[in-house]
Design a binder for this molecule. Structure first.
Ligand code: PGA
Length: 242
C-alpha cells in the first residue's frame, strides 16, 4: 500500500481528483469503480469542477458502483442511484447506460448479483476503484466477518453501519437492513484501488488498517495484500490536526 497523509479533507479530495483525472485522461475508456457516502463527495465535486474547467471527458468511461440498499427505488433520495446522479453523473458527460449500480429493488436479488458480476467480467474488471472505509473496517457493505473470497452478494447490514447512516434517514427504522455489495474478492481484482480516509471518526479504522492483522474481522485489512493500492488520509484521521 502506498500511504499519503495530507492536511485535511479538501487536500485529500484534491489529491484523489488529480489521480482520477490523470487516469481518465490517459485511458478515456477507463473502467472506474465508484463509492458513495460522505467521503467521496469532495472528490466528485473536484471532478465536476475539472470537467467544467478543463473538459475532461467521461463519454467513454464506464462506472461500477460498490453497493446499493435493498428495497429502495432508484428515485428514492436515499438510494445510491439517486446519490450518484445528484453528486456526479448529472454534472459530467457520462452516458448513463455506461453506469452500473446494483439494483437493490430487483425481483430476484441473487440473480442481480450474478448479472452484476457478469457485466464486470464483460468489461474486463475495474481499472481504478474508489473506496471509503467504515468505522468497523467495512469496504463496500462487506461487514466484519465477510469472507475475503466473497463475490457480489446480498448482505445484512450491521447495527453500527445502520446507525452511522441513520443521519440520512428519518429514523433508524427507515434505514434498510440489507444491501447488495460487490464482494471482497471482486474488489481485490481491481487493477488499482484508491482508499480515502478522513476525520477523527475514522482514527481507529486507519490505525487498524495500518497496524492490525490481516483478518476477516476487519475487511479493509486485505487491501494490504493488494499490489496497487493508494491510501490518502488526513491529519484528523491520523490522530493529529483538526
Ligand atoms: P462515509 O462512509 O464516507 O459516509 O464515512 C464510508 C463507508 O461506510 O464506507
Amino acid at each position: 500500500m502506498k500511504i499519503t497523509e495530507v492536511d485535511d479533507y479538501q487536500a485529500m479530495s484534491r489529491a484523489a481528483a488529480d489521480l482520477v483525472v490523470e487516469r481518465v485522461r490517459s485511458n478515456p475508456q477507463l473502467i472506474l469503480g465508484l463509492a458513495t457516502g460522505s467521503t467521496p463527495l469532495g472528490l466528485y465535486q473536484h471532478l465536476i469542477d475539472d470537467y467544467n474547467r478543463s473538459g475532461t471527458s467521461y463519454r467513454h468511461v464506464t462506472t461500477f458502483n460498490l453497493d446499493e440498499y435493498v428495497g429502495l427505488s432508484e428515485q428514492d433520495p436515499n438510494s445510491y442511484h439517486y446519490f450518484m446522479n445528484q453528486y456526479l453523473f448529472n454534472h459530467i458527460d457520462i452516458e448513463k447506460t455506461n453506469t452500473y449500480i446494483p439494483k437493490g429493488n430487483a425481483q430476484d436479488l441473487e440473480k442481480e448479483c450474478s448479472v452484476f458480476e457478469e457485466r464486470l467480467k464483460e468489461h474486463g474488471g475495474v481499472d481504478l476503484q474508489i473506496l471509503g472505509i467504515g468505522g468497523n473496517g467495512h469496504i463496500g457493505f462487506n461487514e466484519p466477518g465477510t469472507s475475503f473470497y466473497s463475490r457480489t452478494h446480498l448482505v445484512d447490514l450491521t447495527l453500527s453501519t445502520r446507525e452511522a447512516n441513520e443521519r440520512f434517514f428519518a429514523n433508524l427504522n427507515e434505514v434498510p437492513i440489507r444491501a447488495v455489495s460487490m464482494g471482497i474478492e471482486t474488489i481485490m481484482e481491481s487493477k488499482e484501488i484508491l482508499l480515502l480516509i478522513s476525520g477523527e471518526k475514522k482514527r481507529d479504522a486507519l490505525h487498524q488498517l495500518l497496524h492490525g492483522e490481516i483478518d476477516e474481522s476487519f475487511p479493509a485489512s486485505i487491501l494490504r495484500e493488494h499490489p496497487n493500492t493508494t491510501v490518502i488520509f488526513d491529519k484528523a484521521a491520523a490522530g493529529g490536526g483538526k
